[in-house]
Design a protein around this ligand. Structure first.
Ligand SMILES: [Zn+2]
Length: 373
């Protein structure tokens, strides 16, 4: 029967339906995340599902608890979604005894007692206190995580302990932790303390994108952090970037650009960054360079160009290569970020769109002339 590019023809994937089980929901715990979002979690009577014992299930937010009419003490159906995080499918309301208790979200942060707010357009409740210990602790856990600074041996437990014993209060504090402090902690042997210090030390030379992601700038995920690091190459350049420079990058939207600008304008952030710099943390991108973008002196450098219609003197692919070699970024579709449209014969909707957006349009002759100059 042979095989296709992906798999042999004689085998097909069969997905088993997720296993569902019934258990009792004992209580609802509230967790404060890194960005202040309050997430309710169901605490269950332990039950085996899909090969493991489950004691917690995510409830996502208050709306979901209302929608599913979940009460404390309810018999609930649990499913492991994608076999990772268990969730409550539904409540068995006919099994109620009348002893079940309605759940109400608190009006105050369970960790710092600040008033919780629901931001416009969001379902989640948030604690907006930047000094909230839960948020700081979660931020530290994020900073050392695998896609961020990737500090081996610094798990949630060690971070929580360092934080609760006031040995660190921000990410810069990690770089001031001493051997004596570590060795004084519970379950911390000489060897783990030494290894941990080594891991912290070596994280200083991480490429910029890891630090950027670790800092937890709003809307900046690990992929966006990489893009920003590649384009700006240093923390200093990025911290001075204007909104327009950021939105000119294809992958960076308005929301993220504003968040980046706001982040670096914050005085506390400036202080934190200078602490990190003093500690010797690398502020530069050390990965492979972005292909000549914005570094070449030509009319095309730094411009986003779109090709459309039929070209006669060269193929589309050849034109693309030439433009890229001159520092242009060649995109597939016309948007507000397009600087220039090259319109060959029979150009259609892209030409119309470019004209309506007031984007420069060149014909093939103009392109050839500029490529030669
Ligand atoms: Zn709080």
């Amino acid at each position: 029967m042979g095989r296709t590019a992906k798999s042999p023809r004689w085998s097909i994937a069969y997905k088993f339906p997720a296993e569902e089980v019934v258990t009792t929901l004992r209580s609802i715990e509230l967790n404060v995340g890194r960005t202040g979002v309050i997430t309710p979690t169901a605490i269950l009577d332990p039950v085996r599902v899909a090969g493991s014992t489950v004691q917690r299930a995510t409830l996502h937010n208050e709306d979901l608890i209302r929608e599913k009419d979940i009460k404390i003490g309810d018999q609930v159906v649990i499913k492991k979604a994608g076999d990772i995080i268990p969730e409550v499918v539904n409540v068995l309301a006919d099994r109620r005894t009348g002893e079940e208790i309605d759940f109400a979200m608190p009006t105050e942060c369970p960790e710092c007692n600040s008033e919780l707010v629901r931001l416009e357009g969001e379902v989640a409740l948030r604690c907006l206190n930047p000094q909230c210990p839960a948020q700081i602790r979660e931020g530290l856990i994020h900073f050392v995580s695998r896609n961020a600074m990737n500090i081996d041996g610094l798990g949630e437990k060690v971070i929580s302990q360092l934080f609760s014993e006031h040995l660190i209060h921000d990410v810069a504090g990690l770089y001031k932790v001493t051997y004596e402090q570590l060795i004084g902690m519970e379950r911390m042997g000489e060897k783990s303390a030494t290894n941990l210090l080594k891991a912290i030390e070596s994280s200083k030379s991480n490429s910029l994108e890891r630090l950027l992601f670790g800092l937890g700038i709003r809307h900046v995920g690990s992929k966006a952090a990489k893009t920003l690091a590649q384009y700006f190459e240093t923390m200093d350049a990025l911290s001075q970037a204007q909104l327009e420079e950021l939105t000119a990058i294809n992958e960076i939207g308005e929301k993220m650009a504003s968040a980046v600008v706001a982040y670096f304008e914050n005085e506390e952030v400036q202080l934190l960054l200078s602490e990190l710099k003093k500690a010797g943390v690398n502020f530069s991108y050390t990965g492979p360079k972005l292909a000549a973008f914005e570094t070449i002196d030509s009319v095309f450098s730094g411009k986003t160009v779109v090709l459309t219609g039929k070209l006669h003197q060269m193929g589309r692919e050849e034109a693309k290569e030439k433009l890229e070699a001159l520092g242009a970024k060649v995109a597939g579709s016309v948007s507000k970020k397009t600087d220039l449209l090259i319109a060959g014969e029979d150009a259609g909707s892209k030409l119309k769109k470019a004209e309506s957006l007031g984007i420069d349009v060149w014909d093939e002759d103009r392109l050839i002339t500029e490529l030669k100059s």
